[in-house]
Design a protein. Structure first.
Length: 94
């Protein structure tokens, strides 16, 4: 699986399991679980008023690995699902 393949996702935090919350319950059924994986990186928590969100830093993570789950787009995965994920992750590409 190529790292720049737009059909694949690597989830290391709250989107790993449908028990994690509403966003995961909406998106995961549209994806096919490929398996577990890891990436060179360092995990840390971002504190919000009532929650702590996991975040991943790739730079400067010598010897550290973040573990998660790899998914592939299923036939029901749409551009609307991708926009939902982008909004959930607060990712707004130019």
């Amino acid at each position: 699986m190529a790292g720049d393949d737009p059909r694949h996702f690597f989830f290391y935090g709250t989107l790993q399991s449908e028990q994690s919350g509403e966003a995961a319950r909406l998106v995961l059924p549209k994806l096919k679980r490929v398996g577990v994986g890891s990436i060179a990186g360092r995990l840390f928590g971002i504190r919000a008023p009532h929650l702590t969100y996991p975040a991943l830093i790739l730079e400067g993570a010598t010897g550290q690995r973040a573990h998660g789950v790899c998914f592939e787009m299923g036939p029901d995965f749409t551009s609307a699902a991708l926009r939902f994920l982008d909004a959930y992750e607060e990712y707004y590409p130019d």
